[in-house]
Write a new protein. Structure first.
Lengths: 310, 339, 312
């Protein structure tokens, strides 16, 4: 098990290293330099100071080493180019709390509702609850986030004034963004849980359980659910990614000061250090989440445990 | 002889894209207390379906037990049993082991827990008692160091061991009938013998009646009290093991017997292989199902279903060769077909 | 003898042994259906999938002829008719610059669907080659190639797409396609490799090998048909994926630039004034949803139809 974890950690670090390095060099390969447009009108001396401040006077590989050193030793991702004095790491730390709240809630809600709907659909295969759930699931997968967000915003705020349109700080600000963000997770899980349950229900060991005299309810509870849920852990990674990217749009529409909001505005501002920092942060978050998912899966599935021992 | 299970005119159909496949067509038999009855026949002859029907394990709407079929366990109507009675009946009265032990155990549940499950349901034992009992059951089926094995997962055991666990699960509540559906087909030959010996042992110890579903006549000869030969969803011949192996009357039984390899046969002699395949069960078939492959086939065989001829109290056969007008035929055993 | 069951005497000549000279027993009664024919039959039985296919065909026809139907060019600006509601002249209304939305919606659909199809084709070709090579060589080559895919796969897809479009900064369709397909092929590569590896070791391929069937014939007769289904299904799921990604990027302002347009760009433009002119959002949103829906349902139907295991 330890060997399995270590191997996974190694791959995670490798992936992370590749993401950081590639992102860094890509950002520095942009024609012209990041400061060009801003510093054009400045006096020579000021401009040189500016370049020195961001280390842009040094060769790229040296900048890379400095960046990596600061990142590894201090967790420092540099300073915003657009807003001098604003530390990228601090901004990320503040914003990620906001995004973490909405994203975390959306994931929990999405999994809870999605799994429940999936079970209902599987147990009522080819009856109306199944059709209803699959209809919702298909909508959740096919209606783009921005359409859903616009619709809900229109009806709940503009038409009926039930909830605030945009903003942050009150619990009522959370309702619509969380619902919108969780929609894709609900849909994905409902479909996945349903198909897994149907597959498990066709297995021989379910027949064994039935032959034992286990009641239909207990067959589902003790035999079907655990085996059907296990693979659901593996698609959690994709869902985390979808909540990330969903937040880019949702935070913009609902005016939530989170990571996605700042990421998009730093792209529009061409704030290169912010873009670099946020990309690295997103990448790291995602890769670590994936690692945790792998380990949890390894712990929960007895078959994986043995493989992991070897 | 005390009958505990009576099956009368059992019909089972599968609803497929091409129409209704009639997998079991009027099977009737009686199982007595403590005896072993073997269902013998080629793949797809309806023996497993019959076995599953006894436990009502067939999944509607794809598979259905037809109206008019009767399955009675100690007088109780199994076909129309309600859910609660059914769950008491399964496992406690009748239980089943399956062909492939690799897939018949829940991969994410410890084997001990899988045995304890039926103990808890039927004997209402608490966790501690059930665990103790489970260890005893594992010992009964000859699993080494059962105290530690009880906490193993299925994938940590070999195929033979898993089949032993399956037997332990099936026997947990000492049912009066055990249905063994090809219990050794997926196992190595040496393991096969061990498993069959174990079953034989347990049968004498516990007095369980066994329905053995198999295509392996060697197993049948050593193990069964009575045999029924099935073909295309029907019983063609039934009798005691002695009657079937020494005085069988149906050409299909002869074909089965002659395709068994024996050491006694001259080694160079080619093994007999029955030509052709069983009829497609989607066809209506209102004549002898074996007619098309039968060396002794007569015109009548392709026109009418033969009646069941009673040869002795136990021995019955459905074949036109028993008709007084049929030509004299010498059986596989070198005797007159018609006595 | 028990003869009571015989109701009427049977003529003696019926008891002539005729033996087994004919093998009528071997006749298989159900119709024999080939794999593709059977798949097509099951596909047609699936009404939802058939309707989806029809909707998609209509959609394709409309994006081809749609921009020309009402005779107003999608780029034409009419200062006298800003933000008009749907009317006899402008069927879907006009946008903030007075451009006709009916023509724009179909022009946008052209771009969106073209990107979806092109993206799916590129990732299929690359994915098949990559996965095929990994499966064919196996061993170390396979390990290394699949590790690379694993690393690429573990980076959030849209992050890469955003990054590439920020860096290239040109917003041409070409760079957009590059950004979208840069890692989009990974999934196909995995699928193809998995399927090939599984087939390679399956009994029927081993049997064909042992029987001396030529490798070429094994590939054409066994490997290809069995992989084709998987690829076909992957394509139907890839197309809406690319349409969605493009809509996402365009919505964020990183995709298609004016005066050209796509459904995502139209929706993005409509977003600001959504409370006042909801119809501007309605039409592109409806078409995105309808297209995605049809492709997804079509994919579901194809998957069910092409899976021989689901055959009853």
């Amino acid at each position: 098990m330890l060997k399995f974890v270590l191997k996974r950690v190694f791959y995670m670090l490798l992936t992370l290293f590749i993401i950081i390095t590639v992102t860094f060099f890509l950002m520095h390969s942009i024609p012209g330099d990041p400061l060009a447009s801003m510093a054009r009108n400045l006096p020579d001396q000021t401009r040189e100071n500016y370049y020195a401040k961001y280390g842009l006077d040094k060769p790229v590989w040296e900048q890379y080493l400095i960046f990596m050193k600061n990142l590894v030793t201090k967790g420092d991702l540099g300073e915003s180019i657009r807003y001098p004095g604003r530390s990228v790491s601090d901004t990320l730390a503040t914003n990620s709390q906001v995004s973490g709240t909405t994203g975390g809630l959306a994931l929990l809600l999405g999994i809870a509702i999605g799994v429940t709907l999936g079970i209902i659909a599987a147990l009522n295969k080819n009856k109306w609850p199944d059709y209803l759930v699959m209809f919702i699931a298909i909508l959740g997968i096919t209606v783009p986030v921005f359409v859903l967000a616009a619709l809900l915003q229109y009806f709940f705020t503009v038409q009926f004034h039930l909830l605030p349109t945009t903003g942050w700080g009150k619990p009522s600000n959370l309702v619509l963004p969380v619902i919108v963000l969780s929609f894709n997770t609900i849909a994905t899980y409902a479909r996945y849980v349903k198909s897994n349950m149907l597959e498990v229900m066709n297995q021989d060991y379910i027949l064994t359980a039935e032959a034992k005299g286990v009641t239909p309810f207990n067959v589902v509870k003790n035999h079907v659910l655990r085996n059907a849920f296990l693979p659901c852990i593996t698609i959690l990674g994709g869902q985390i990614a979808s909540v990330f990217t969903g937040s880019f749009i949702v935070e913009r529409i609902f005016g939530i000061p989170g990571l996605g909001f700042y990421y998009i505005s730093s792209i529009n501002d061409r704030d290169y250090t912010m873009i670099l920092g946020t990309t690295v942060f997103f990448g790291a978050l995602f890769v670590i989440a994936q690692l945790l998912i792998d380990i949890v899966y390894g712990i929960l599935d007895p078959r994986m445990r043995i493989k992991a021992k070897d | 002889m005390e009958p505990i299970l009576e099956v009368k005119d059992l019909h089972v159909s599968f609803n497929t894209y091409a129409g209704e496949v009639k997998a079991v067509r009027g099977v009737s038999f009686t199982l007595n207390k403590g005896e072993t009855l073997a269902f013998v026949g080629e793949s797809g002859c309806g023996k497993t379906v019959t076995a599953k029907a006894i436990l009502r394990l067939l999944k509607p709407p794809f598979a259905e037990i037809k109206e008019g079929s009767e399955i009675r366990y100690q007088g109780q109507d199994v076909v129309h049993m309600d859910k609660k009675t059914l769950s008491n009946y399964r496992g406690e009265e009748v239980s089943m082991i399956f062909q492939d032990p690799m897939t018949s155990l829940n991969p994410t549940m410890k084997i001990g827990k899988q045995i304890m499950e039926s103990l808890k349901i039927h004997k209402h034992l608490n966790k501690e008692q059930a665990r103790k009992e489970a260890i005893e059951l594992l010992r009964l089926v000859n699993i080494p160091s059962p105290e530690t094995r009880v906490d193993s997962y299925p994938h940590e055991l070999s195929g033979g061991m898993r089949q032993r666990v399956m037997i332990a699960i099936a026997l947990a509540c000492s049912p009066s009938i055990l249905i063994a559906d090809e219990p050794t087909t997926a196992l190595d030959v040496t393991i096969q013998i061990q498993i069959m010996d174990l079953l034989k042992d347990l049968k004498t110890k516990l007095g369980t009646a066994i329905i053995l579903v198999t295509h392996d006549l060697g197993v049948v000869a050593n193990f069964a009290d009575r045999v029924q030969v099935m073909y295309a969803g029907q019983v063609l011949e039934r009798g005691t093991t002695r009657e079937i192996f020494q005085d069988s009357r149906h050409p299909y039984t002869w074909a089965l017997l002659s395709s068994v390899p024996t050491l006694a046969k001259e080694s160079k002699q080619e093994l007999y292989a029955l030509k052709g395949t069983p009829p497609d069960l989607i066809l209506p078939l209102n004549h002898c199902p074996f007619a098309a492959r039968c060396e002794h086939c007569m015109q009548i065989c392709k026109e009418q279903m033969p009646p069941e001829t009673v040869l002795s109290e136990t021995h019955k056969v459905s074949c036109w060769l028993q008709h007084p007008d049929a030509p004299r035929t010498i059986t596989f055993h070198g005797k007159e077909a018609r006595s | 003898m028990d003869e009571t069951m015989v109701k009427e005497p049977i003529p003696k000549e019926k008891f002539q042994v005729i033996g087994t000279d004919d093998f009528s027993g071997d006749v298989i009664a159900r119709p024999q259906i080939g794999y593709w024919k059977d798949a097509w039959r099951r596909f047609r039985e699936n009404k939802i999938a058939t309707v989806s296919l029809v909707v998609l065909l209509l959609m394709i026809i409309m994006v081809i002829i749609g921009p020309y139907i009402n005779g107003i060019n999608y780029e034409d600006i009419d200062q006298g008719a800003l933000n008009q509601a749907p009317s006899a002249e402008h069927w879907f209304g006009t946008d903030a610059l007075g451009r006709d939305l009916f023509s724009r919606v179909w022009q946008a659909g052209r771009v969106s669907i073209a990107i979806g199809v092109a993206g799916a084709l590129i990732s299929t070709v690359v994915g098949c080659l990559y996965g095929g090579i990994a499966a064919y060589f196996g061993g170390a080559v396979d390990t290394i190639l699949m590790r690379i895919v694993e690393v690429l796969f573990s980076i959030p897809y849209l992050l890469i797409v955003i990054l590439i479009s920020v860096i290239t900064d040109s917003h041409s369709i070409f760079t957009l396609m590059l950004a979208l397909t840069l890692t989009g092929w990974c999934n196909t590569a995995r699928l193809v490799r998995g399927q090939m590896m599984q087939l390679k070791n399956q009994e029927f391929v081993l049997a064909a090998n042992a029987l001396g069937v030529s490798p070429w014939k094994i590939i054409v007769k066994h490997l290809l048909p069995n992989t084709l289904g998987v690829i076909l299904v992957a394509i139907t799921f890839d197309i809406p994926g690319y349409i969605f990604s493009e809509a996402f990027l365009s919505y964020l302002g990183l995709g298609i630039q004016a005066p050209n347009t796509s459904w995502g760009a139209l929706a993005s433009a409509a977003q600001q004034t959504f409370a006042f002119y909801p119809y501007q959002m309605f039409f592109p949103a409806l078409l995105i949803a309808l297209t995605m829906l049809s492709f997804t349902l079509l994919g579901d139907g194809l998957r069910d139809a092409l899976d021989p295991k689901l055959r009853k």
